[in-house]
Structures are given as C-alpha cells and as structure tokens.
Design a protein around this ligand. Structure first.
Ligand SMILES: [Fe+2]
Length: 426
C-alpha cells in the first residue's frame, strides 16, 4: 500500500512506520522545533530507500551549518542517487543537489515548479521560501506562498505553517497589517511555530513598536523556545526591541544568555551575535571580550562560500580589532569573487564591496567606507537576509558619514530613514 504524507502526497520507499515518523518530523520542521533528526534516522533505519526522509535531512543541514552538520546533508544527498522516485520527489532531489553546490536560485526555481504542481507540498513551499530568503527575493518570499493559498483553508493540517510562511513574505514586501494578522493567527493555531512568531516580530521591528515587541516575544517564550532550533534568532529580535528602547543591560543579558551564551559555531547563530555586537559598537559601546570570543569562533570557519556570512565575519573581525585577519578574509572573498557560480557573482557585486567598506570603517577611513557603502547598499538585498538584518548596512553608513565629517550626508540619511518608517499599523 502506498504511504502518503499528511496531504496525500506519495512517500516512495517508506513503510507505514517510517511514514509516521516522517510526518512527525515534518511537523517539527514547520515549527523549527522538536527532534526531527532522531525520527528521521529511525525512519531511514527502517526504510533506507525513503527518499523524502533523506531530502528533509538535506534541507535541514545543508544551509548555514558548520562543516560537521553539513556533511550530514551531503551524505543524505548522496543517498538519494539511484532511488526510484515520483516526479514530485525528483524535484526535491534536484533541489537538494542544487543547494549542495550553492545554487540557491536554481533550487528556488525548481521548488517553485514542485509547489505549482503540488500546492499542498508544504515542504516544497517552506524549503523554497528558505531559498528566497538566502537570495533576498522579497517578492517570491510572498508570492511563492500566495500561489498555493487557493488549495488551503483553516482546519487543514499544517495550515499554521502556510500562514507563518505567508506572514513573513507579506512582511518583507511591506504589507505589515496583513502580515501581522496572518502571523498572529498562525501562532494561535500552533504556539510553537517559531517562524510565525518571528514574522510578527519583524512587523513590530519595522514599525518600531518596541514595547509591543517585548510583550510579543516574552508573552509566550516558553512556547517558541521549547526544543527550538530557531530560538536564537528570535531572542535576537527581542534584543533588537530592547536596543531600540535603549535598554542596553537587557541586550547584554540576552547576548550573554540565550543568544551567544553557548557560543554556537553555526553560521546562522554567529550572524546574529555579530550583528548585535556591531549595533552596540556603532553606539560607541565597549562590549569587552565578547568580540574576541566571537572572532575566535569565526576564525575556525570556512569562508568564501556564502557572501552574507562572510560580511558578518568581517563585522566580527573588525569588531575585535583583528585587521590582519580581516584582510585575510577580504583576500579569500576576492578569490571567491573570481569563481564561477552564484556566490562568486554575489560576492563580486555585493559581499566584497560591503566587507571592504566594513574593514575601511574599522581602519578609520570613513570617507572611503562611506563611498563604498553608498554604492552597494541599494543592491545589498541580493546577498540575502531580511530587511531587519540588512539594516546594519544603513546604520553603518550613517555612522560612517557622521565620522567622516560629512554632516550633510548624515542629515540626508537620517531624514531618509525617518521617512521610511511606517509609523502606523497597516
Ligand atoms: Fe529575523
């Protein structure tokens, strides 16, 4: 008998038992919480040819991971070779092969086609949106999900996941009122949905509703932190709210606690740590040895693979005052910029000029830093991340203009920033 997922899609190579474990693992993946790996390992011990179990492991391990975790993904990709699959599953297998070699745009397009053919394939929608995030494709963050909405309705399993995905896409395209409503409904349906929790946090951040932001994040923290592998980023958002309220003690308490107390070497976690310390640096704060701890962890990481991570490594190295290491990073990025493929292009056009600007800022050459940052910031979305994450570029540019003595430019940038803030919900 054919084993299927929660929406009737075939799961080739799966036994009934393995299929049940997989369905639970997908539920965990939707929330970025729980223990999907042990479930998938048990499923694969039972059904080694279960292609979608391998695929899900690949989606969870190939991006933003340390090399040891990433190797789980490459092993999973290899395990899918030669398996008998349906056309839908073949799309997923193509996508993980593209992700493995850093072709995120290609993976995004493949997953578009999978979800167009199968709008109930919520895994294709979620993994696809992750690709849109990595490539900074704001419109597709929203529209990939919008396309599937006619197939979905309240009461269906996983509807909270669809709402959470749509909420984030709506937020990144500036539709804050609808984003907030969708995100809040998703959390009502599934309080552990950390992505929906996060989408609402973004709305509140963009609208500078910081007191509400603190209330939103602290009101149900036991839900979005429990067994969550996305909690650090959500704690980062809470820290941003506190920073906006000038509550620096709370920011540092979060940094030393849930954000970087465990000193993660996962790229996605280190990005948050670097971006938070940098914001404090721009305010002229001395954060003590925190920079050195973070820079030490960046020193052991590969670079030249994903420009977004490299730029955050530059923040950490400059923050720690390690100019020679920062120069080595720039050299590695310059080499990466010459390589063919997606990261080479993005490093050339976005990552390298940004990192150069940050290093010049660290060296006190504020005129040159300002010039570089001005040139690149309006195309910086191409290297991925959210508006809130890329805001560190604008903040650095304003600080650089101020320190270069260009008060006219500083005044213009501050006026531009103030005018861009949507003051009212909606
Ligand atoms: Fe975020």
């Amino acid at each position: 008998m054919t084993v299927r997922d929660r929406h009737g899609l075939e799961l080739t190579g799966s036994s009934e038992v393995a299929g049940s474990l997989y369905r639970d693992a997908v539920k965990a993946y939707h929330c970025y919480a729980g223990e999907p790996f042990p479930m998938l390992r048990t499923a694969l011990a039972d059904s080694p040819g279960f292609v979608m179990a391998h695929v899900l492991i690949a989606y969870m391990t190939l991006v933003g991971s340390e090399p040891r975790v990433r190797s789980l993904g490459t092993t999973a990709v290899a395990a899918t070779a030669g398996l008998t699959v349906t056309p839908r599953e073949a799309g997923h297998v193509s996508a993980i092969n593209a992700i493995m070699v850093g072709e995120f745009q290609n993976a995004a397009r493949i997953l578009e086609d999978v979800a167009i053919a199968h709008p109930l394939d919520v895994l294709a929608l979620q993994a696809g949106q992750q690709m849109d995030f990595l490539t900074g494709d704001a419109r597709m963050l929203r529209d990939r999900i919008s396309r599937a909405l006619p197939a979905w309705s309240e009461g269906m399993p996983d509807f909270h996941a669809i709402l959470g995905l749509h909420a984030f896409g709506l937020e990144e395209t500036g539709q804050y009122g609808r984003a907030e409503a969708a995100g809040r409904r998703a959390v009502e349906l599934e309080p552990r949905n950390g992505w929906a929790q996060h989408a609402v946090a973004h709305v509140l951040e963009m609208q500078e509703r910081r007191v509400e932001g603190v209330a939103w994040m602290t009101g149900n923290a036991t839900d979005w932190t429990r067994e969550s592998f996305f909690a650090i980023h959500n704690w980062w958002h809470l820290a941003l709210f506190h920073l906006g309220l000038d509550d620096i003690d709370a920011v540092l308490e979060l940094y030393d606690g849930p954000i970087y107390g465990e000193r993660s070497t996962m790229a996605f976690d280190m990005v948050d740590a670097a971006a938070l310390l940098w914001r404090l640096k721009l305010r002229g704060m001395d954060v003590g040895d925190r920079w050195n701890t973070l820079a030490d962890n960046y020193s052991g990481q590969p670079c030249g693979q994903y420009a977004f991570d490299d730029v955050h490594a530059a923040l950490a190295l400059v923050g720690a005052g390690r100019d020679a290491q920062a120069q080595t990073l720039l050299d590695a990025m310059a080499a990466a910029a010459e390589a063919p493929g997606e990261n080479g292009l993005i490093t050339r056009e976005v990552g390298l000029p940004l990192a150069n600007g940050i290093v010049l800022f660290g060296r006190g050459d504020f005129t040159a830093a300002t010039d570089l940052l001005r040139n690149v910031r309006n195309r910086a979305a191409r290297f991925g991340g959210s508006h809130a994450q890329r805001d560190v570029i604008d903040l650095t540019l304003i600080a650089s203009a101020a320190r270069s003595g260009d008060t006219s430019l500083e005044r213009a940038l501050v006026a531009e920033r103030f005018a861009a803030i949507p003051q009212m919900p909606g």
